[in-house]
Design a protein around this ligand. Structure first.
Ligand code: PMP
Length: 445
Protein backbone atom coordinates (compact mmCIF):
# COMPACT_ATOMS: atom_id res chain seq x y z
CA UNK A 1 0.00 0.00 0.00
CA UNK A 2 1.17 3.50 -0.81
CA UNK A 3 0.90 6.00 2.08
CA UNK A 4 2.79 9.01 0.67
CA UNK A 5 -0.10 11.45 1.11
CA UNK A 6 -0.78 10.34 4.70
CA UNK A 7 2.89 10.69 5.54
CA UNK A 8 2.99 14.22 4.07
CA UNK A 9 -0.17 15.22 5.93
CA UNK A 10 1.22 13.85 9.16
CA UNK A 11 4.45 15.82 8.70
CA UNK A 12 2.36 18.97 8.25
CA UNK A 13 0.13 18.11 11.24
CA UNK A 14 3.14 17.60 13.53
CA UNK A 15 4.03 21.29 13.12
CA UNK A 16 0.62 22.64 14.11
CA UNK A 17 -1.12 19.98 16.25
CA UNK A 18 0.63 18.35 19.25
CA UNK A 19 1.61 14.83 18.25
CA UNK A 20 -0.16 15.47 14.94
CA UNK A 21 -3.56 14.33 16.24
CA UNK A 22 -6.52 15.80 18.12
CA UNK A 23 -7.12 12.71 20.27
CA UNK A 24 -4.22 10.67 21.64
CA UNK A 25 -5.60 7.26 20.58
CA UNK A 26 -5.26 8.27 16.92
CA UNK A 27 -1.46 8.42 17.05
CA UNK A 28 -0.46 5.32 15.11
CA UNK A 29 3.26 4.48 14.74
CA UNK A 30 5.05 5.39 12.53
CA UNK A 31 2.23 7.65 11.30
CA UNK A 32 -1.56 7.39 11.06
CA UNK A 33 -3.38 7.10 7.76
CA UNK A 34 -5.48 10.19 7.09
CA UNK A 35 -9.07 9.45 6.10
CA UNK A 36 -10.50 11.12 3.05
CA UNK A 37 -14.03 9.73 3.24
CA UNK A 38 -16.26 6.92 4.46
CA UNK A 39 -18.29 4.56 2.30
CA UNK A 40 -20.73 2.22 4.08
CA UNK A 41 -18.64 -0.20 6.12
CA UNK A 42 -15.38 1.14 4.66
CA UNK A 43 -13.10 4.14 4.92
CA UNK A 44 -10.83 5.41 2.15
CA UNK A 45 -7.55 7.11 3.02
CA UNK A 46 -5.76 10.07 1.45
CA UNK A 47 -3.83 7.71 -0.86
CA UNK A 48 -6.97 5.97 -2.06
CA UNK A 49 -6.50 2.80 0.04
CA UNK A 50 -9.76 1.21 1.14
CA UNK A 51 -10.23 -0.40 4.57
CA UNK A 52 -13.06 -2.38 6.15
CA UNK A 53 -13.74 -0.22 9.21
CA UNK A 54 -14.34 -1.85 12.61
CA UNK A 55 -13.32 1.26 14.57
CA UNK A 56 -16.49 3.13 13.60
CA UNK A 57 -15.33 6.38 15.14
CA UNK A 58 -14.62 4.52 18.44
CA UNK A 59 -18.28 3.62 18.77
CA UNK A 60 -20.70 6.34 17.66
CA UNK A 61 -21.28 4.98 14.14
CA UNK A 62 -24.01 2.36 14.55
CA UNK A 63 -24.71 2.75 10.80
CA UNK A 64 -21.13 2.97 9.60
CA UNK A 65 -20.51 5.79 7.12
CA UNK A 66 -23.83 5.89 5.26
CA UNK A 67 -26.46 7.41 7.51
CA UNK A 68 -29.98 6.14 6.81
CA UNK A 69 -31.97 8.52 4.60
CA UNK A 70 -34.18 9.98 7.40
CA UNK A 71 -31.06 10.77 9.44
CA UNK A 72 -29.32 12.45 6.51
CA UNK A 73 -32.41 14.49 5.63
CA UNK A 74 -32.91 15.60 9.24
CA UNK A 75 -29.27 16.65 9.58
CA UNK A 76 -29.25 18.53 6.27
CA UNK A 77 -32.52 20.36 6.85
CA UNK A 78 -31.43 21.32 10.38
CA UNK A 79 -28.13 22.71 9.08
CA UNK A 80 -29.89 24.65 6.35
CA UNK A 81 -31.94 26.48 9.00
CA UNK A 82 -28.82 27.76 10.78
CA UNK A 83 -26.58 25.73 13.04
CA UNK A 84 -27.73 26.69 16.57
CA UNK A 85 -29.56 29.33 18.58
CA UNK A 86 -28.75 29.47 22.31
CA UNK A 87 -32.45 28.87 22.91
CA UNK A 88 -34.38 25.59 23.29
CA UNK A 89 -35.74 23.64 20.32
CA UNK A 90 -38.40 20.92 20.01
CA UNK A 91 -35.94 18.26 18.83
CA UNK A 92 -34.20 18.31 22.26
CA UNK A 93 -37.52 17.37 23.88
CA UNK A 94 -38.13 14.66 21.26
CA UNK A 95 -34.78 13.01 22.00
CA UNK A 96 -35.15 13.37 25.79
CA UNK A 97 -38.61 11.74 25.64
CA UNK A 98 -37.32 8.95 23.40
CA UNK A 99 -34.45 8.07 25.74
CA UNK A 100 -36.73 8.21 28.81
CA UNK A 101 -39.23 5.88 27.12
CA UNK A 102 -36.61 3.22 26.35
CA UNK A 103 -33.89 3.26 29.01
CA UNK A 104 -35.11 1.79 32.32
CA UNK A 105 -33.33 4.19 34.71
CA UNK A 106 -33.96 7.40 32.79
CA UNK A 107 -36.83 9.67 33.79
CA UNK A 108 -35.04 12.90 32.87
CA UNK A 109 -31.92 13.69 30.88
CA UNK A 110 -29.56 16.62 30.32
CA UNK A 111 -27.61 16.73 27.04
CA UNK A 112 -23.99 17.91 26.85
CA UNK A 113 -21.25 17.68 24.21
CA UNK A 114 -18.99 14.74 25.05
CA UNK A 115 -18.75 11.64 27.20
CA UNK A 116 -16.15 13.42 29.31
CA UNK A 117 -18.50 16.32 29.98
CA UNK A 118 -21.21 13.81 30.93
CA UNK A 119 -19.09 12.02 33.53
CA UNK A 120 -17.75 15.32 34.95
CA UNK A 121 -21.33 16.52 35.43
CA UNK A 122 -22.52 13.16 36.78
CA UNK A 123 -19.83 13.19 39.47
CA UNK A 124 -20.63 16.79 40.44
CA UNK A 125 -24.31 15.81 40.57
CA UNK A 126 -23.64 12.78 42.80
CA UNK A 127 -21.53 14.90 45.16
CA UNK A 128 -24.11 17.68 45.23
CA UNK A 129 -27.00 15.28 45.78
CA UNK A 130 -25.39 13.23 48.55
CA UNK A 131 -23.26 15.94 50.16
CA UNK A 132 -20.30 13.51 50.06
CA UNK A 133 -16.98 13.66 48.17
CA UNK A 134 -15.65 10.15 47.52
CA UNK A 135 -16.17 8.33 44.22
CA UNK A 136 -15.46 4.61 43.75
CA UNK A 137 -14.23 3.70 40.25
CA UNK A 138 -12.90 0.53 38.60
CA UNK A 139 -9.17 0.10 37.96
CA UNK A 140 -8.78 0.15 34.18
CA UNK A 141 -12.17 1.78 33.67
CA UNK A 142 -12.23 4.93 31.52
CA UNK A 143 -14.56 7.88 31.91
CA UNK A 144 -12.91 10.48 29.69
CA UNK A 145 -10.19 13.08 30.11
CA UNK A 146 -11.21 14.38 33.53
CA UNK A 147 -9.61 15.07 36.92
CA UNK A 148 -11.69 12.79 39.19
CA UNK A 149 -11.16 9.56 37.28
CA UNK A 150 -7.64 9.87 35.80
CA UNK A 151 -6.20 8.11 38.83
CA UNK A 152 -4.26 4.94 39.54
CA UNK A 153 -3.57 2.88 42.65
CA UNK A 154 -5.85 1.57 45.33
CA UNK A 155 -7.53 2.75 48.50
CA UNK A 156 -5.01 4.77 50.55
CA UNK A 157 -2.43 4.93 47.71
CA UNK A 158 -4.16 6.80 44.90
CA UNK A 159 -2.31 9.15 42.51
CA UNK A 160 -3.29 11.15 39.45
CA UNK A 161 -2.40 9.24 36.28
CA UNK A 162 -1.53 12.44 34.39
CA UNK A 163 0.62 15.47 35.21
CA UNK A 164 -1.50 18.56 35.77
CA UNK A 165 -3.92 17.00 38.26
CA UNK A 166 -3.35 18.04 41.90
CA UNK A 167 -2.56 15.10 44.22
CA UNK A 168 -5.40 16.23 46.50
CA UNK A 169 -7.99 15.61 43.78
CA UNK A 170 -7.03 11.94 43.61
CA UNK A 171 -7.62 11.54 47.35
CA UNK A 172 -11.37 11.69 46.70
CA UNK A 173 -11.32 8.75 44.28
CA UNK A 174 -11.09 5.09 45.32
CA UNK A 175 -10.21 2.65 42.52
CA UNK A 176 -11.17 -1.01 43.05
CA UNK A 177 -10.60 -4.06 40.82
CA UNK A 178 -13.63 -4.73 38.58
CA UNK A 179 -15.48 -7.96 39.45
CA UNK A 180 -13.94 -8.18 42.94
CA UNK A 181 -16.86 -8.32 45.38
CA UNK A 182 -14.66 -8.47 48.50
CA UNK A 183 -12.70 -5.35 47.48
CA UNK A 184 -15.76 -3.16 47.04
CA UNK A 185 -17.35 -4.50 50.23
CA UNK A 186 -14.16 -3.60 52.14
CA UNK A 187 -14.19 -0.08 50.70
CA UNK A 188 -17.81 0.42 51.80
CA UNK A 189 -17.03 -1.03 55.23
CA UNK A 190 -14.24 1.54 55.63
CA UNK A 191 -15.79 4.63 53.93
CA UNK A 192 -19.52 3.85 53.55
CA UNK A 193 -20.78 7.21 54.79
CA UNK A 194 -18.26 9.23 52.71
CA UNK A 195 -19.01 7.67 49.33
CA UNK A 196 -21.13 9.74 46.93
CA UNK A 197 -21.21 7.16 44.14
CA UNK A 198 -19.83 4.07 42.48
CA UNK A 199 -19.06 4.88 38.84
CA UNK A 200 -18.55 1.95 36.46
CA UNK A 201 -18.92 0.95 32.84
CA UNK A 202 -21.38 -1.99 32.76
CA UNK A 203 -18.79 -3.76 30.57
CA UNK A 204 -15.20 -2.48 30.54
CA UNK A 205 -14.92 -1.28 26.96
CA UNK A 206 -11.71 0.74 27.02
CA UNK A 207 -9.60 -1.80 28.91
CA UNK A 208 -11.00 -4.98 27.65
CA UNK A 209 -13.47 -6.07 26.70
CA UNK A 210 -14.22 -7.34 30.25
CA UNK A 211 -17.68 -8.62 31.16
CA UNK A 212 -19.15 -8.52 34.66
CA UNK A 213 -19.11 -11.82 36.54
CA UNK A 214 -22.49 -13.11 37.66
CA UNK A 215 -23.95 -11.00 40.44
CA UNK A 216 -21.29 -8.25 40.38
CA UNK A 217 -23.56 -5.38 39.35
CA UNK A 218 -26.23 -6.63 41.78
CA UNK A 219 -23.64 -6.37 44.56
CA UNK A 220 -22.84 -2.79 43.54
CA UNK A 221 -26.57 -2.00 43.47
CA UNK A 222 -27.13 -3.45 46.98
CA UNK A 223 -24.07 -1.81 48.52
CA UNK A 224 -24.86 1.65 47.13
CA UNK A 225 -28.49 1.37 48.24
CA UNK A 226 -27.53 0.22 51.75
CA UNK A 227 -25.14 3.18 52.15
CA UNK A 228 -27.27 5.89 50.49
CA UNK A 229 -24.69 6.27 47.71
CA UNK A 230 -25.55 6.48 44.01
CA UNK A 231 -24.81 3.86 41.38
CA UNK A 232 -23.71 5.50 38.12
CA UNK A 233 -23.42 3.42 34.94
CA UNK A 234 -21.18 4.96 32.32
CA UNK A 235 -22.92 3.77 29.15
CA UNK A 236 -20.96 6.04 26.80
CA UNK A 237 -19.90 2.93 24.83
CA UNK A 238 -22.62 0.43 25.74
CA UNK A 239 -25.54 2.88 25.44
CA UNK A 240 -27.72 1.93 22.43
CA UNK A 241 -25.05 -0.63 21.45
CA UNK A 242 -25.43 -3.42 24.07
CA UNK A 243 -28.98 -4.46 24.90
CA UNK A 244 -30.41 -2.42 22.00
CA UNK A 245 -32.56 0.56 22.98
CA UNK A 246 -32.65 -0.51 26.65
CA UNK A 247 -28.86 -0.30 26.81
CA UNK A 248 -26.66 -2.59 28.97
CA UNK A 249 -28.69 -1.85 32.11
CA UNK A 250 -31.76 -3.38 30.43
CA UNK A 251 -29.76 -6.40 29.29
CA UNK A 252 -28.33 -6.99 32.78
CA UNK A 253 -31.54 -6.10 34.62
CA UNK A 254 -29.76 -3.72 37.00
CA UNK A 255 -31.11 -0.18 37.28
CA UNK A 256 -28.57 2.52 38.19
CA UNK A 257 -29.54 5.87 39.72
CA UNK A 258 -27.70 7.85 37.06
CA UNK A 259 -26.48 6.92 33.55
CA UNK A 260 -23.98 8.75 31.37
CA UNK A 261 -24.29 8.52 27.60
CA UNK A 262 -22.26 9.66 24.58
CA UNK A 263 -21.36 8.31 21.14
CA UNK A 264 -24.46 6.66 19.53
CA UNK A 265 -27.02 8.95 21.22
CA UNK A 266 -25.68 11.81 19.05
CA UNK A 267 -25.85 9.86 15.78
CA UNK A 268 -22.17 10.56 14.96
CA UNK A 269 -22.03 14.19 16.14
CA UNK A 270 -20.45 15.49 19.38
CA UNK A 271 -22.61 14.48 22.34
CA UNK A 272 -22.88 13.41 25.95
CA UNK A 273 -25.83 13.10 28.33
CA UNK A 274 -26.65 12.50 31.98
CA UNK A 275 -29.91 10.68 32.68
CA UNK A 276 -31.58 9.18 35.71
CA UNK A 277 -34.25 9.52 38.37
CA UNK A 278 -36.04 12.86 38.09
CA UNK A 279 -35.41 13.60 41.77
CA UNK A 280 -31.65 13.40 41.15
CA UNK A 281 -31.39 14.94 37.66
CA UNK A 282 -33.50 17.91 38.80
CA UNK A 283 -30.64 18.89 41.12
CA UNK A 284 -29.00 20.39 38.00
CA UNK A 285 -29.40 24.15 37.54
CA UNK A 286 -31.75 25.83 36.88
CA UNK A 287 -34.18 23.29 38.45
CA UNK A 288 -31.73 22.67 41.32
CA UNK A 289 -28.41 24.05 42.50
CA UNK A 290 -25.71 21.81 41.02
CA UNK A 291 -24.24 24.02 38.30
CA UNK A 292 -24.42 22.66 34.77
CA UNK A 293 -24.40 24.65 31.52
CA UNK A 294 -23.03 24.67 27.95
CA UNK A 295 -23.10 26.87 24.83
CA UNK A 296 -23.44 23.91 22.47
CA UNK A 297 -25.47 21.58 24.72
CA UNK A 298 -28.50 20.08 22.99
CA UNK A 299 -27.11 21.24 19.63
CA UNK A 300 -29.94 20.98 17.07
CA UNK A 301 -27.86 19.05 14.49
CA UNK A 302 -26.74 16.51 17.09
CA UNK A 303 -30.24 16.17 18.53
CA UNK A 304 -31.73 15.62 15.06
CA UNK A 305 -29.07 13.03 14.17
CA UNK A 306 -29.47 11.24 17.51
CA UNK A 307 -33.27 11.20 17.45
CA UNK A 308 -33.58 10.02 13.85
CA UNK A 309 -30.85 7.39 14.35
CA UNK A 310 -32.55 5.87 17.39
CA UNK A 311 -36.00 6.09 15.80
CA UNK A 312 -34.64 4.28 12.74
CA UNK A 313 -33.17 1.58 15.01
CA UNK A 314 -36.56 1.20 16.74
CA UNK A 315 -38.37 0.74 13.42
CA UNK A 316 -35.89 -1.46 11.53
CA UNK A 317 -33.82 -4.62 12.00
CA UNK A 318 -30.72 -2.67 13.05
CA UNK A 319 -29.87 -4.48 16.29
CA UNK A 320 -30.82 -7.90 14.87
CA UNK A 321 -28.42 -7.26 11.98
CA UNK A 322 -25.41 -5.98 13.92
CA UNK A 323 -25.80 -8.48 16.77
CA UNK A 324 -26.07 -11.44 14.36
CA UNK A 325 -22.88 -10.29 12.62
CA UNK A 326 -21.24 -9.86 16.03
CA UNK A 327 -22.14 -13.46 16.90
CA UNK A 328 -20.88 -14.77 13.55
CA UNK A 329 -17.68 -12.84 14.10
CA UNK A 330 -17.04 -14.01 17.68
CA UNK A 331 -17.80 -17.63 16.79
CA UNK A 332 -15.42 -17.47 13.81
CA UNK A 333 -12.73 -15.82 15.89
CA UNK A 334 -13.11 -18.42 18.63
CA UNK A 335 -12.43 -21.22 16.13
CA UNK A 336 -9.44 -19.42 14.63
CA UNK A 337 -7.97 -18.63 18.03
CA UNK A 338 -8.44 -22.21 19.27
CA UNK A 339 -6.48 -23.36 16.24
CA UNK A 340 -3.79 -20.67 15.95
CA UNK A 341 -3.34 -18.97 19.32
CA UNK A 342 -5.06 -20.92 22.10
CA UNK A 343 -3.95 -18.62 24.91
CA UNK A 344 -5.80 -15.66 23.35
CA UNK A 345 -9.31 -14.72 24.46
CA UNK A 346 -12.25 -13.68 22.30
CA UNK A 347 -14.42 -11.16 24.11
CA UNK A 348 -17.47 -9.06 23.37
CA UNK A 349 -21.23 -9.12 23.12
CA UNK A 350 -23.90 -7.73 20.80
CA UNK A 351 -21.93 -5.76 18.18
CA UNK A 352 -18.71 -5.36 20.25
CA UNK A 353 -15.70 -7.64 19.81
CA UNK A 354 -12.04 -8.01 20.68
CA UNK A 355 -9.31 -10.62 20.61
CA UNK A 356 -7.24 -10.16 23.77
CA UNK A 357 -3.63 -11.29 23.51
CA UNK A 358 -3.74 -13.05 26.85
CA UNK A 359 -0.57 -14.93 27.78
CA UNK A 360 -0.11 -18.66 28.10
CA UNK A 361 -1.08 -19.88 31.58
CA UNK A 362 0.30 -23.11 33.07
CA UNK A 363 -2.64 -25.21 31.82
CA UNK A 364 -4.15 -22.71 29.43
CA UNK A 365 -4.51 -25.10 26.52
CA UNK A 366 -7.16 -27.01 28.47
CA UNK A 367 -10.61 -26.47 27.00
CA UNK A 368 -11.77 -23.72 24.71
CA UNK A 369 -13.14 -20.30 25.47
CA UNK A 370 -16.86 -20.08 24.70
CA UNK A 371 -17.50 -17.68 21.84
CA UNK A 372 -17.52 -14.12 23.09
CA UNK A 373 -16.28 -14.70 26.63
CA UNK A 374 -19.18 -13.89 28.92
CA UNK A 375 -17.46 -14.77 32.16
CA UNK A 376 -19.66 -17.81 32.57
CA UNK A 377 -18.33 -20.07 35.35
CA UNK A 378 -19.14 -23.16 33.23
CA UNK A 379 -16.73 -22.08 30.47
CA UNK A 380 -13.73 -24.45 30.50
CA UNK A 381 -11.36 -21.46 30.33
CA UNK A 382 -13.16 -19.35 32.93
CA UNK A 383 -10.07 -19.13 35.16
CA UNK A 384 -7.94 -17.78 32.30
CA UNK A 385 -10.11 -15.01 30.92
CA UNK A 386 -9.47 -11.42 32.06
CA UNK A 387 -11.79 -10.27 34.82
CA UNK A 388 -10.35 -6.87 35.63
CA UNK A 389 -8.04 -4.13 34.40
CA UNK A 390 -4.90 -5.76 35.83
CA UNK A 391 -5.59 -9.01 33.93
CA UNK A 392 -5.98 -7.03 30.72
CA UNK A 393 -2.85 -4.96 31.39
CA UNK A 394 -0.99 -8.27 31.50
CA UNK A 395 -1.81 -8.95 27.82
CA UNK A 396 0.85 -8.62 25.09
CA UNK A 397 0.28 -5.13 23.75
CA UNK A 398 3.65 -4.87 21.98
CA UNK A 399 2.81 -7.80 19.70
CA UNK A 400 -0.62 -6.33 18.92
CA UNK A 401 0.65 -2.88 18.05
CA UNK A 402 3.91 -3.72 16.29
CA UNK A 403 2.96 -6.87 14.40
CA UNK A 404 -0.71 -7.72 14.43
CA UNK A 405 -2.29 -4.32 13.79
CA UNK A 406 -0.01 -3.54 10.78
CA UNK A 407 -0.61 -7.04 9.40
CA UNK A 408 -4.38 -6.39 9.51
CA UNK A 409 -3.99 -2.90 8.02
CA UNK A 410 -1.98 -4.27 5.09
CA UNK A 411 -4.92 -6.60 4.39
CA UNK A 412 -7.27 -3.60 4.33
CA UNK A 413 -8.76 -3.98 7.83
CA UNK A 414 -9.01 -0.98 10.15
CA UNK A 415 -8.99 -2.01 13.84
CA UNK A 416 -8.32 0.10 16.94
CA UNK A 417 -4.58 0.53 17.19
CA UNK A 418 -4.74 0.23 20.97
CA UNK A 419 -5.07 -3.44 21.96
CA UNK A 420 -7.48 -2.53 24.76
CA UNK A 421 -10.20 -0.57 22.96
CA UNK A 422 -13.40 -2.22 21.73
CA UNK A 423 -14.13 -2.75 18.07
CA UNK A 424 -17.59 -2.52 16.54
CA UNK A 425 -19.74 -3.98 13.79
CA UNK A 426 -22.00 -1.52 11.97
CA UNK A 427 -25.31 -1.82 10.12
CA UNK A 428 -23.40 -1.22 6.88
CA UNK A 429 -21.41 -4.45 7.34
CA UNK A 430 -22.42 -7.71 5.67
CA UNK A 431 -21.80 -11.42 6.30
CA UNK A 432 -19.19 -11.26 3.51
CA UNK A 433 -17.40 -8.43 5.34
CA UNK A 434 -17.26 -10.61 8.45
CA UNK A 435 -15.81 -13.49 6.40
CA UNK A 436 -13.21 -11.10 4.98
CA UNK A 437 -12.31 -10.01 8.51
CA UNK A 438 -12.04 -13.62 9.72
CA UNK A 439 -9.73 -14.58 6.84
CA UNK A 440 -7.54 -11.59 7.66
CA UNK A 441 -7.33 -12.63 11.34
CA UNK A 442 -6.45 -16.17 10.30
CA UNK A 443 -3.68 -14.90 8.03
CA UNK A 444 -2.31 -12.41 10.56
CA UNK A 445 -2.36 -14.85 13.51
N1 PMP B 1 -16.80 7.05 29.18
C1 PMP B 1 -16.56 5.97 28.43
C2 PMP B 1 -17.03 4.63 28.92
C3 PMP B 1 -15.89 6.08 27.21
O1 PMP B 1 -15.65 4.99 26.48
C4 PMP B 1 -15.46 7.35 26.78
C5 PMP B 1 -14.74 7.55 25.46
N2 PMP B 1 -14.25 6.46 24.83
C6 PMP B 1 -15.74 8.46 27.59
C7 PMP B 1 -16.41 8.27 28.77
C8 PMP B 1 -15.34 9.83 27.17
O2 PMP B 1 -16.10 10.24 26.08
P1 PMP B 1 -15.58 11.39 25.10
O3 PMP B 1 -14.37 10.85 24.41
O4 PMP B 1 -16.75 11.65 24.19
O5 PMP B 1 -15.27 12.58 25.95
Amino acid sequence: MNHDSSRELYDRALSSIPGGVNSSVRAIRPYPFFIERGDGGHVIDADGNRYLDFVNGYGPLLYGHDLPQPVQSAVQSTVSEGPMYGAPTEIEVDLAEFVSRHVPSVEMIRFVNSGTEATVSAIRLARGYTGRDKIVVMQGGYHGAQESTLVEGEDGHVHPSSPGIPEEFAQHTIPVPFNDVDAVQDVFAAHGDEIAAVLTEPILGNTGIVHPVEGYHETLRDLTEDHDALLIFDEVITGFRVGGLQCAQGKFGVTPDVTTFGKIVGGGFPVGAIGGKAEIIEQFTPAGEVFQSGTFSGHPVTMAAGYESLKYAAENDVYEHVNALGEQLREGLTEIVADRAPSYTVAGTDSMFKVLFTREGPDSTEGQCEAGCRQRPDCPRYDHCPKNGADVADCEDERWERLFWPAMKEQGIFLTVNQYESQFVSYAHTEEDVETLLSAYEEAL
